[in-house]
Write a protein that binds this ligand. Structure first.
Ligand SMILES: [Zn+2]
Length: 171
């Protein structure tokens, strides 16, 4: 074991000896130190490879996230660590079901930090809660988590809805 790409939950949960040799992005380090400054000594003591994904992997990750409808629910770090896993061809460690879904789609191994993980692949659509109009996925991660704005037709809120009856590509 070792050499996985870690999400921020794994950076917090795992002991130093398990973090050694793993990969994460510099932006995660910044985010982590802002939210959990007490983690700084542990993280700095571990031999973590801080890397950013290459452009090609970002493009692959972006296209997959748009195709599954997960993009609207991702942060920049989420998309980045997915791309880093694709870039390095390393296992992605995450409890985020969107990232598990996307890793599965991308054909890369994933494992959970503390939870059980997803059982099947999901697809999502961005939909008005009132008139049910469906909107295209954003091209980039959503900076305002869970706020996708309003329907241009009726002014109601947009929500990410799981597309029902789409089990054709579950493994
Ligand atoms: Zn509407």
């Amino acid at each position: 074991m070792g050499g996985e790409v870690l999400d921020t939950a794994a950076l917090i949960s795992w002991p130093i000896n398990r973090l050694n040799g793993c990969y994460a992005m510099p932006s995660q380090k910044n985010e982590l130190f802002n939210v959990n400054p007490e983690e700084e000594i542990k993280i700095d003591s571990a031999q973590i490879m801080w890397m950013i994904p290459d452009d090609k992997s970002m493009e692959i990750a972006t296209n997959i996230a748009i195709s599954t409808g997960d993009m609207a629910g991702l942060s920049e770090i989420d998309l980045g660590i997915l791309a880093l896993s694709i870039d390095l061809e390393k296992t992605l460690v995450t409890d985020d079901y969107r990232l598990q879904n996307l890793a599965e789609k991308a054909g890369i191994e994933w494992m959970t930090v503390t939870t059980e993980g997803i059982k099947q692949l999901w697809t999502w659509e961005l939909k008005c809660i009132a008139c049910k109009k469906i909107y295209p996925q954003p091209k980039k991660p959503n900076l305002k988590k869970s706020d996708w704005g309003e329907c241009k037709e009726c002014g109601s809120k947009l929500r990410l809805k799981r597309i029902k009856g789409n089990h054709s590509d579950s493994s």
